[in-house]
Write a protein that binds this ligand. Structure first.
Ligand code: 6PG
Length: 479
């Protein structure tokens, strides 16, 4: 057996990951694809990689040193289950199957249980960074057993992106923890993208600047505290001219955002966990709203201001937008980390939140300078209940106060949708409130369903006899 690692599934992500592995000292990579033509293609195009090809699973297993280690890079869902069963039939106890697809973490938990019965290790691994990341250095979020990490750790470290000297990979936690964290990464990615889109829209409408001029603004922002891959590529997209029409590309792209589903999973899971990821949810829903042209068509003449803003000082306005973006971004990350904390508690994973932030500094789509601040916050206090209460963020939120509120006000009064900016601000004010109208909701629930309430001044559970004489009785808590 010649290879220390194998890759199954040679579409773009799989073949790029295989090439990345092969390019690192000490790795020999076995490759397998359902149709052999694809394998041959990769062999011909990349003879330098020294791949060990296999025509069937038996040959693939025979080409791997023990413990055999294989990374599956196929479509999430049914195809992943099928490949897992095929590998089980040729692997032995102690071997390691890694799923590098965007699997739903509950599927990963199920698969881990199934594979564990055979004595084989199963690792669900989040891989971020797209095609380019897979080839040159992704951010890797493996779950699975400690035993598998012993073999896998050095291999993954060899291919991961490097941020400030550290490979962007850590053993996130057991079974589904890696895919859970990757899911939340994508949720945050949605929020980041939506916030950037709202910032662009406000600047364009407020200042009348062209996309190319706004590209310069984003490029400048990328030199400061907002430095991140998504800000950087935003400048590139805005600067692009459409060759056939000579117009800015952003003006000829249909304004209906797609989604493959991971952002939605983040929100669904947050609902189950009772975690308010409102910024992420608004980002998901903003894409849904954009993708209903039939509803948008019948709504165009609805009353309301038409998105015109009178801005006196364009530079000052741009700076206000920047501060509002930064504050809202802090909220989105705080909500995302809240979800990871709650998921870890629910599924019994021990996840180092600071470490998660540090492996997102390189390789992945949300990579940013800013993540260092998150690592520092958790280094300071590992059990921090709300990330945005860490001193660095409080400082940033303080600086942003008037700008953030002004931008949300301007958006509302001029009829410019700003779901992520405004929901982030509402969340922030909700957290800060000493008293919430939730008390009234409890009263309403007690009125129509005898759902009971607690009091501020005494222990116990109470019910007002609304349909009787309206006196209060102490109730047995039935939830
Ligand atoms: C990554 C990306 C990657 C992919 C998303 C895009 O971390 O590399 O998040 O996973 O690009 O699936 O998601 P949507 O198609 O839902 O926008």
């Amino acid at each position: 057996a010649a290879a220390n690692i194998g890759v199954v599934g040679l579409a773009v992500m799989g073949s790029n990951l295989a090439r990345n592995l092969a390019s690192r000292e000490g790795n020999t990579v076995a490759i397998f694809n359902r149709t052999y033509a694809k394998t041959e293609e990769l062999l011909t195009e990349h003879p330098e990689a020294g791949f060990v090809p296999a025509r069937d699973y038996a040959e693939f297993a025979a080409s791997l040193q023990k413990p055999r280690t294989a990374i599956i890079m196929v479509k999430a869902g049914g195809p992943t289950d099928a490949v897992i069963e095929d590998l089980i039939s040729v692997f032995e106890p102690g071997d390691i199957i890694v799923d590098g697809g965007n699997a739903l973490f509950t599927d990963t938990i199920r698969r881990e249980k199934r594979v564990r019965e055979t004595g084989i290790n199963f690792v669900g691994m989040g891989v971020s960074g797209g095609e380019e990341g897979a080839l040159n250095g992704p951010s890797l979020m493996p779950g699975g057993s400690d035993e598998s990490w012993t073999t896998l750790g050095p291999i993954l470290r060899s291919i991961a992106a490097i941020a400030e000297g550290e490979p962007c990979v850590t053993h996130v936690g057991h079974d589904g923890a890696g895919h859970f964290v990757k899911m939340v990464h994508n949720g945050i990615e949605y929020a980041d993208m939506q916030l950037i889109a709202e910032a662009y829209d406000l600047i364009r409408r407020g200042t009348g600047k062209s996309p190319a001029e706004i590209a310069d603004i984003f490029a400048a922002w990328n030199e400061g505290e907002l430095q991140s891959y998504l800000i950087e590529i935003t400048a590139e997209v805005l600067r692009q001219t459409d060759a056939p029409t000579g117009r800015p590309l952003v003006d000829v792209i249909l304004d209906q955002a797609g989604a493959k589903g991971t952002g939605g999973w983040t929100v669904q899971t947050a609902i189950d966990l009772g975690v308010p990821v409102s910024g992420i949810a608004e980002a998901v829903f903003a894409r849904s709203l954009s993708s209903h042209p039939e509803q948008r068509a019948v709504s165009q003449n609805l009353p309301g201001p038409r998105g015109e803003i009178a801005v006196d000082d364009a530079d000052a306005f741009v700076e206000q937008v920047r501060l509002a973006l930064y504050a809202s971004k802090i909220v989105a990350y705080s909500q995302g980390f809240d979800e990871i904390r709650a998921g870890a508690a629910q599924y019994d994973w021990s996840i180092d939140l600071g470490k998660v932030a540090s492996i997102w500094r390189g390789g992945c789509i949300i990579r940013a300078q800013f993540l260092n601040r998150i690592t520092e916050a958790y280094d300071e206090q590992a059990t921090l209940p709300v990330l945005l209460t860490a001193p660095y963020f409080v400082d940033a939120l303080e600086r942003a106060q008037s700008a953030w509120r002004e931008i949300v006000r301007v958006a509302a009064t001029s009829g410019i949708p700003s779901p992520a900016f405004s929901s982030s601000l509402s969340y922030y004010d909700g957290l800060r409130a000493d008293r919430l109208p939730a008390a009234l909701i409890q009263g309403q629930r007690d009125f129509f369903g005898a759902h009971t309430y607690k009091r501020v001044d005494r222990d116990g559970t109470f019910h007002t006899q609304w349909s009787g004489d309206r006196t209060e009785i102490e109730a047995v808590d039935t939830h």
